[in-house]
Design a protein around this ligand. Structure first.
Ligand SMILES: [Zn+2]
Length: 326
């Protein structure tokens, strides 16, 4: 299987070693600490080429350093899903324009993260109407702090903010109908996916990272049980010939998504048991609940330890929140 690996492709062996070599206190290197991942990724992707390829007549994929971008040609201009990294906004803008040959009139954000909404300001200033869920607009409008990366994200300028918020919609672009649907908290609390119904292509945003452990943003109320539920919604929608654009990684099939769902459900069940047994975060990480899965899933973005950390953190916070609510 020709898997495009996010970090190994973008950071390379030296970066991965630098991450794995982080030392906590006097102990051995802690490969569950993801705090150096984002700055390393930003540096490594600063010059990475942004490429495009046609997926169907009038539908292009733009890919490279940030999240995958879908570009749909329409009679009134281009409709795009996601907008790439902030430090590559000018390049992304040019590649999208060249791929579609028209100005962008509509930009749909799958969620608020900087590697998907980082190009919002460039497209918004150029006249694109930005669409997203209410939670995504709320998070883009205010400063965010992402605990696991110890990362602050400033509030976006007005031109970068969604002008339309929705949880579900149909958007008609020429002969194509886009079905937009949000899901309960999964990767964040504002995720949506887009189904290009005529082309039978689904852009999942970060509900799906094809071939490797995904990030799950507990600071934005994301949690692994929600990721499993979202994968089930997508699996119900996809058929054997549906092409699936993941947030990161190569274009996938329903089978790829089904394998990913099995991995998520397996990890969820193991972490739920650890939490039922009262394990602390450190104890859960040290139990290495992903050990038998790491060979297949740990070489793209997170190590098994990092994934256990973010997934356990989100599960504990979700359970605490659910307990309070009931
Ligand atoms: Zn994301």
């Amino acid at each position: 299987m020709n898997r495009r690996r996010f970090v190994s492709a973008s950071i390379g062996a030296a970066g991965a070693l630098a991450i794995a070599g982080r030392v906590r206190g006097d102990g051995p290197p802690d490969d569950s600490d993801p705090t150096s991942l984002i700055p390393t990724m930003m540096a490594a992707t600063a010059k990475m080429p942004i490429e495009s390829r046609p997926l169907a007549d009038g539908l292009h994929l733009v890919y490279g350093p940030g999240g995958n971008i879908a570009v749909l040609d329409g009679p009134d201009g281009l409709t795009i899903v996601d907008a790439g990294l902030p430090n590559r906004a000018a390049d992304t803008f040019e590649v999208v324009k060249r791929a579609g040959g028209k100005p962008v009139v509509r930009l749909i954000n799958t969620h608020w993260h900087f590697d998907h909404a980082g190009g919002n300001e460039a497209f918004g200033r150029a006249g694109a109407a930005i669409l997203a869920t209410p939670a995504t607009r709320r998070r883009l409008s205010t400063e965010q702090y992402t605990e696991i990366f110890k990362m602050k994200s400033p509030a976006s300028p007005p031109a970068a903010l969604p002008v339309v918020t929705l949880d579900e919609a149909e958007v008609h672009v020429g002969p194509e109908t886009l079905r937009i649907k949000s899901v309960p908290p999964a990767h964040t609390d504002g995720d949506l996916f887009v189904h290009f119904t005529k082309h039978d292509v689904i852009h999942t945003g970060d509900l799906f990272s094809n071939g490797f452990y995904p990030n799950i943003d507990a600071s934005s109320l994301g949690w692994i049980g929600g990721m499993v539920a979202a994968a089930d919604v997508l699996l119900k929608l996809a058929g054997p010939s549906t092409r699936i654009i993941p947030g990161h990684g190569p274009v996938a099939t329903r089978d790829d998504l089904a394998r990913y769902r099995t991995m998520l459900a397996t990890v969820h069940d193991r972490l739920a048991k650890l939490h039922d047994a009262g394990k602390t975060l450190r104890e859960a990480i040290d139990a290495r609940p992903t050990a038998d899965l790491d060979a297949e899933w740990a070489d793209g973005f997170f190590t098994g330890g990092m994934f256990t950390r973010v997934a356990y953190d989100g599960l504990v916070k979700h359970r605490a929140g659910a307990g309070k609510a009931s």
